[in-house]
Design a protein around this ligand. Structure first.
Ligand code: C2E
Ligand code: CA
Ligand code: CA
Ligand code: CA
Length: 276
């Protein structure tokens, strides 16, 4: 920056230390949150399009940082993955979601996000089995959300993991469909029960000239042909909801119905009956 007209320039070296320093501190605080109950699961309703019934909830991690307030999972999950903390966090999320699920009516499901790193861990099926057994819930009530990135190392381990999880009896959903390394090849191999259409397709789909609607429609046809359900993610407006209905998505998730809720609020949402 030019210094007050005296013709000299000061160059402020970017503080190379601060980013790494901040990150290291966040890591420390995350470790502390994991150890001391600083994480919480919130639950966002998943609504069946045809009936407007809540058929389940997606469990979403929340971290209430003592000073910084709410920190988004989009920010701390990558840190958890880099540090290996994701193993502990992921197992905690599975156990907690199953325990909350046990308190809800049996026609309601819960979906839990599974990091690719958890998916690469051969003990995942036994961790899932143990969480289900401990909470005494039917495996069919648990859905695991997995992203396309697990197919990056498309090897026999990936296929074996899918088979193992299927034999545990849980449902499998392909998350963020269309955003990553989309290849249709794996859809014929991997036994998904549901495809979750990423909110980037929903966003703007109602604008004139948008191609998103055509893409969503094609994904729905593909899913139906393969016997899979579809959830449209991030539906915010009535126009978007109308379009999603017309395009035939079987389920909807988004602020139009509900934001993620605490476990208590989710439970009372179920008893309060009709939605919206
Ligand atoms: P995701 O799995 O794609 O989750 C959906 C995200 O969309 C959530 O963000 C949700 O709050 C948000 N969302 C839902 N409806 C709307 C809407 O109508 N409009 C908009 N703009 N957003 C909506 P959230 O809770 O911040 O989570 C972000 C990401 O963090 C998740 O994306 C997921 O990738 C990751 N994540 C969250 N919880 C977990 C977890 O327990 N384990 C793992 N591995 N990842 C998690
Ligand atoms: Ca998800
Ligand atoms: Ca998603
Ligand atoms: Ca996402």
């Amino acid at each position: 920056a030019k210094d007050g007209g005296r013709g000299r320039y000061h160059f402020y070296a970017p503080d190379l230390h601060s980013d790494a320093e901040e990150r290291r501190q966040l890591e420390e605080e995350l470790r502390d949150a994991v150890a001391n109950g600083g994480l919480e699961l919130y639950y966002q309703p998943v609504v069946q399009t045809a009936t407007e019934r809540i058929t389940g909830f997606e469990a979403l991690l929340r971290w209430h940082h003592p000073e910084q307030g709410f920190i988004s999972p989009a920010k701390f999950i990558p840190i958890a993955e880099d540090t290996g903390l994701i193993a502990t966090i992921g197992e905690w999320a599975l156990r907690t979601a199953c325990q909350d699920l046990a308190k809800w009516p049996t026609n309601v499901r819960v979906a839990v996000n599974v990091s690719p790193l958890q998916f690469a861990n051969p003990s995942l099926p036994s961790i899932v089995t143990s969480a289900l057994a401990h909470a005494q819930v039917d495996p069919q009530r648990l859905e695991l959300e997995i992203t396309e990135s697990v197919f990056l190392n498309d090897d026999s381990d990936t296929e074996a993991m899918f088979r193992a999880l299927k034999s545990v009896g849980v449902r499998l959903a392909l998350d963020d469909f269309g955003t990553g390394y989309s290849s249709l090849g794996y859809l014929k191999k991997a036994p998904f029960d549901k495809i979750k259409i990423d909110q980037s397709f929903v966003r703007g789909a109602t604008q004139p000239g948008s191609r998103n609607g055509a893409i969503i429609g094609s994904i729905v046809s593909l899913a139906e042909a393969l016997g899979m359900e579809t959830t449209a993610e991030g539906v915010e407006t009535l126009d978007e909801l109308d379009l999603i209905r017309v395009l035939g998505c079987s389920h909807v998730q988004g602020y139009i119905y509900e934001r993620p809720l605490s476990a208590e609020a989710a439970a009372s949402r179920l008893t309060s009956g009709l939605i919206a």
